[in-house]
Design a protein around this ligand. Structure first.
Ligand code: NA7
Length: 542
């Protein structure tokens, strides 16, 4: 046995993850005076922004709102270079945050948490790492990320391929250059789109395996000058308050006038203005009716299709392959990616496509990929942009056992439930961020949601300790009521009718439920605030 295995680290609180949420959670709990440490599998901070270092990775929230709000000086002194900065800058920013607050000294990197078992007698969690190290902690906060469990082995025969396979969600730091190579990309979600548009000019030839087409919006990504950032610094308080009170945690919100009250000309003007804005506002700040009303959704879809067709030169084959129809799904019921010259990629001579709806991928072979028609497509490199086991995936990959030895993974194999994404009944003192049934990725600007959740968790722990309580556990009734509310809100929308990771349908056997709360970030905040203000009714403290 090595020394690490013998050693038990005893903590007041332990944080899993050193991404956007984990860093802030560590900062908060340390400020409360607790003995706290964070653990992360990566060799550095960043979470999503550590792992997703694929070519072209960047966020779709504007830099002025993809921010922390706990340190005004920090906001003002970090000057984003553009409106939608790319991964290297975001990773650098998170390092800046961690260094400015001296967080790294309390983070253990290169450490995977394998299990966490609750001991009812001591009312504490016993946690183990994959190297056998043990941690004993009163509070356990899992900030594991909403989209951090990539789906790695989707295809039969993957290991037989003689070339290189790169997974976007685990892109190696030392990936070889793609220059001049024969490259395949599987997946045209938000990630695949960023990769495709970035590597197309550089590779020898590119084959895109397309299955479900996407409505896309061209990103407007101007460089930010000193003056631009000074403008946002001036608006710091206004923006900080605004993001907490909008539908999706962005600084924009739905049109005041409803679709029904507007004339066709007014609607066209709103859509056109949002389109020109080059952000996600066409989706999250135009007409909320697109989420509920198929006819209105179809009209907005047609607005987007028209723009897309023009960019594809109205080529019938490309339009058929790349533009969703009413039979697929309507605009906004699936993640809407921002892009830069993505559609134009398909007009290049070095780019070809395989329509996986006609000829699905059958298996990987030593030369490359075999499709159902028996064709073998030859490649040097295959890039898997095939998505994540979202929401529940990262948490299910840890063996969490709560009271009565119940297993979170087993429970979630049947039904994915939480209370506001903050706790699960049966797991005292376990708190979660970015978990299912809270507003999250794409239905929320992630920094807004994660910071809110961290603040709520911090206040809850503080309240418990100040009242001499050792444990906090959401009651079954409170959780059931939240799940019911979540489902009722979701059932009214078209999102539940559309297959995508939002519904868990991208993972075989995953129970179907909308993973993100769609009642609005503002409503979520009001509901969670109310619980906190009333002394946490529905959360049993002993
Ligand atoms: P997504 O949005 O889940 O996209 C995964 C893509 O991979 C999607 O186009 C899938 O097609 C495709 N896919 C998966 N399996 C296959 C097979 N067997 N054959 C062909 N194509 C396949 O993941 P992303 O990483 O792009 O985005 C996730 C979120 O991260 C994103 O929404 C942002 O919020 C950040 P399908 O749609 O299943 O037909």
């Amino acid at each position: 046995m090595n020394a690490a295995v013998d050693k038990v680290t005893v903590l007041d609180a332990m944080v899993i993850g050193a991404g956007v949420a984990g860093l802030y959670q560590l900062y908060n709990l340390r400020k409360m005076g607790l003995k706290v440490r964070a653990y992360d599998t990566a060799t550095g901070v960043g979470g999503t922004w550590y792992w997703n270092r694929y070519p072209g990775a960047r966020f779709d929230s504007q830099a002025e709102i993809y921010q922390y709000w706990f340190d005004e000086e920090m906001y003002k002194s970090w000057k984003p270079s553009e409106r939608f900065p790319a991964q290297p800058e975001t990773e650098e920013w998170l390092n800046y945050v961690a260094d400015r607050h001296d967080l790294k000294k309390d983070i253990q990197f290169s450490t995977r948490i394998s299990s966490a078992h609750y001991d009812e007698t001591s009312q504490r969690w016993n946690v183990t790492t994959d190297s056998g190290e043990r941690i004993n902690t009163q509070f356990l906060i899992a900030c594991c990320g909403m989209l951090s469990a990539p789906i790695e082995n989707r295809f039969e025969g993957q290991s037989s391929f003689k070339g290189e396979i790169y997974l976007t969600g685990k892109w190696p730091k030392d990936a070889t250059s793609l220059k001049g190579k024969k490259v395949a990309v599987i997946g045209t979600g938000a990630t695949g789109i960023q990769v495709i548009q970035t590597i197309a000019p550089e590779v020898g030839n590119l084959t895109v395996f397309c299955r479900t087409p996407q409505y896309v919006i061209p990103m407007k990504n101007p460089k930010y000058s000193e003056e631009d950032w000074a403008y946002w610094c001036e608006k710091y308080n206004e923006t900080k308050n605004k993001v907490l009170n909008t539908f999706a945690g962005f600084d924009y919100d739905f049109n005041e006038k409803s679709w029904a009250e507007s004339t066709p000309e007014e609607r066209e003007k709103v859509l056109e203005t949002q389109w020109e804005g080059g952000s996600l506002s066409l989706w999250l700040a135009s007409y909320p009716e697109i989420f509920f009303d198929e006819k209105i959704g179809e009209e907005v879809s047609e607005f987007v299709r028209k723009k897309m067709r023009a960019r594809l030169g109205n080529d019938p084959e490309l339009c058929n392959l790349l533009i969703p129809t009413a039979d697929d799904y309507t605009f906004g019921t699936h993640r809407v990616p921002l892009e830069t010259n993505y559609l134009e990629v398909y007009l290049r001579d070095n780019v070809r496509t395989v329509d996986c709806r006609d000829t699905p991928i059958q298996k990987f072979v030593p030369e490359g990929i075999q499709t159902s028609d028996g064709t073998i497509h030859d490649f040097d490199v295959i890039i898997l942009a095939t998505g994540f086991d979202a929401g529940s995936g990262a948490l299910s990959r840890i063996d969490f056992q709560g009271r009565d030895n119940r297993s979170l993974k087993d429970q979630w194999q049947n039904e994915i439930t939480t209370a506001m994404g903050l706790q699960v009944h049966g797991y005292p003192n376990l708190f979660t961020t970015g978990a299912p049934l809270a507003p999250s990725a794409a239905l929320c600007n992630m920094t807004t949601c994660l910071q809110y959740q961290v603040n709520w968790i911090t206040d809850c722990i503080d309240f418990a300790l100040k009242n001499g309580k050792a444990t906090v556990e959401v009651s079954q009734e409170t959780q059931d009521a939240w799940v019911k509310h979540h489902d009722e809100v979701a059932a009214k929308t078209l999102v539940v009718k559309t297959d995508s990771w939002y519904m868990g349908s991208n993972v075989e056997g995953k129970p179907r439920r909308l993973l993100s709360y769609i009642g609005g970030v503002n409503t979520y905040h009001q509901k969670c605030d109310e619980i906190a203000e009333n002394g946490y009714p529905g959360f049993d403290m002993t």
